[in-house]
Design a protein around this ligand. Structure first.
Ligand code: BG6
Length: 502
């Protein structure tokens, strides 16, 4: 039986180490990284010999950083507050030698005071333009190599990883000049979600699904990552990204790969990532005309969400009033391999949509012949298996059942399995899990270099096609399911978007 980290995990703590966060005064550190660490600390999942050193341009003192860290407490106890007392902060420019001199001094003091043994996890949470420069500066200072005593040095890299294939390859080359691939942990927080990992359990720990998980039984696949929030305070960043880069290149591609890849022969990092890459490689690359034909890009205008009026994207803070950036994308993809040939894969994501829901739906072929009389089976729909990733994580199977009565009426019903009700054990949230895995050195839930490359290879043609005249933008009202024209993408094949059952 496999003893991989995905299959079995006993409660343990990472070894002694210092986590160095570049971008320590930024939004991500305050909103995600520090709260995740506080959660680990309060659950007893951090080594006692653990310390955080924050690095950023903001002119904070150690104490300022500690105050921010204290606020991240999840209310789970005093372990975090105790730990925070030893946290340190280095203020300086990211590429300046003085910053790294100061960092080296602080790290030596921390090793001495906290017994952190020279083990390092460097976390790049700066603006993405600085990722390469910080990695190279670390290398220049000799901070990139494990010590002679077997200490480890790892580099955690946030998204976005590049803006397109070329810039991603360039960033990779820069990182690889400083760190080996097995030292680099590229984050996609979707992989930290329990329900995303559960796709593997559903598919490969059960005998009943795999035989029907193919073109003979599956008629179409739909992946929805819908958000009801807008761009919030991230308008400036979003203007440089758009929905395709922000969600499709990373989160959607990962969910798609896990859902459609071949069974790995072992549930470990190398085997799972090999299968994901193989799957991504088999996704069809469209010509520019095909890319326009198989995609819809949209942008929200003012509307109503939860009975509250909300502004349009162009009125958001930090957004150009004439912005052409898309906040919605729908794509029709095809996976050209033996298992999936001919099965359309419809993907959509958007901000300010009618609801927050992430799900994968496998719709099965209709029965070959319907013996029930027309009116009696009108409500009957094809079988659909829905993997709801969030919220209210569950798996639902929709099928036909007889309505009680003398007529033989069949209607669609669903059989639901809800994680919250069925499994009481509290999992870690995405960031908490990924930080923990980076600290124990398990790369399974991180993105390998070739996965990034393949994902950009898939989305690049759309970026290129949209930059040409004709790569138009369609507006949709906030609080709806996106531009109407996205329906046509499916109607051409007689298909329709699922309305998620909330
Ligand atoms: C991030 C995107 O990667 O994922 C955000 O940058 C988005 O724009 C977020 O809101 C969605 O994550 P989740 O976990 O809320 O689905």
């Amino acid at each position: 039986m496999s003893t991989s980290p995905v299959a079995t995990r006993v409660a343990r703590t990472p070894p002694p180490l210092v986590l160095v966060i570049f971008g320590a005064s930024g939004d991500l550190t305050g909103r995600k990284i520090l709260p995740a660490l506080a959660q680990l600390a309060n659950r007893g999942r951090l080594n006692e010999r653990f310390c955080v050193v924050g690095v950023a341009r903001t002119g904070w003192s150690d104490d300022d950083f500690r105050q921010v860290a204290l606020k991240a407490d999840d209310g789970g106890g005093g372990a975090w507050a105790e730990m925070v007392k030893s946290f340190r902060y280095v203020s300086g420019e990211y590429a300046a030698t003085e910053t790294f001199d100061a960092l080296r001094r602080v790290l030596a003091e921390v090793d001495q005071a906290r017994g952190t043994s020279g083990n390092r996890v460097y976390y790049l949470a700066t603006v993405p333009e600085m990722f390469g420069a910080v990695a190279e500066a670390l290398a220049k200072e000799g901070c990139n190599r494990p010590g002679e005593g077997g200490e480890f040095v790892r580099l955690v890299v946030e998204k976005p990883f590049g803006r397109d294939l070329d810039s991603a390859l360039e960033l990779d080359a820069q990182l690889h000049r400083a760190f080996d691939e097995d030292q680099i942990f590229r984050i996609d927080h979707y992989l930290g979600k329990e329900t995303v990992q559960n796709v593997l359990a559903l598919r490969f720990a059960n005998a009943i699904f795999e035989p029907i998980w193919n073109r003979r039984y599956v008629e179409q696949v739909q992946i929805t990552v819908a958000e009801s929030i807008g761009v919030e305070h991230r308008g400036g960043f979003y203007e440089t990204a758009g929905a395709l880069r922000d969600i499709v290149q990373n989160h959607v591609m990962q969910v798609l790969a896990l859902t459609m890849m071949e069974p790995p022969t072992r549930m470990d990092a190398a085997h799972i990532r090999d299968e994901k890459v193989k799957l991504l490689k088999s996704i069809d690359i469209p010509s520019p005309d095909e890319a326009v034909d198989r995609s819809v890009r949209g942008q929200y205008v003012a509307g109503v969400i939860d009975q509250q009026p909300v502004v349009g994207y162009r009125e958001e803070e930090g957004v150009d009033p004439n912005s052409e950036v898309e906040t919605y994308v729908a794509l029709r993809l095809s996976v050209d391999n033996w298992r999936w040939a001919g099965v359309p894969v419809y993907v959509r994501t958007g901000k300010r949509l009618a609801a927050r829901v992430t799900e994968v739906a496998l719709q099965f072929h209709e029965v070959p012949f319907l013996a029930f009389e027309g009116a009696l089976s009108r409500e009957l729909r094809p079988n659909v298996l829905v993997l709801r990733i969030q919220p209210h994580e569950r798996i639902s199977l929709h099928f036909g059942a007889k309505v009680p009565g003398e007529d033989f009426r069949v209607q669609s019903v669903s059989m639901d399995f809800g994680y919250e009700q069925a499994i009481a054990e509290m999992g870690m949230d995405g960031y908490t899990r990924l930080l923990f895995d980076a600290m124990i050195g398990d790369p399974t839930l991180f993105i390998r270099t070739d996965e990034v490359e393949q994902a950009w290879r898939i989305v690049d043609p759309y970026l290129e096609a949209w930059s040409e005249p004709g790569g138009g933008l369609h507006f949709y009202q906030a609080g709806t399911w996106g531009p109407h024209i996205a329906d046509l993408l499916l109607q051409r094949s007689g298909d329709a978007w699922r309305v998620p059952v909330l």
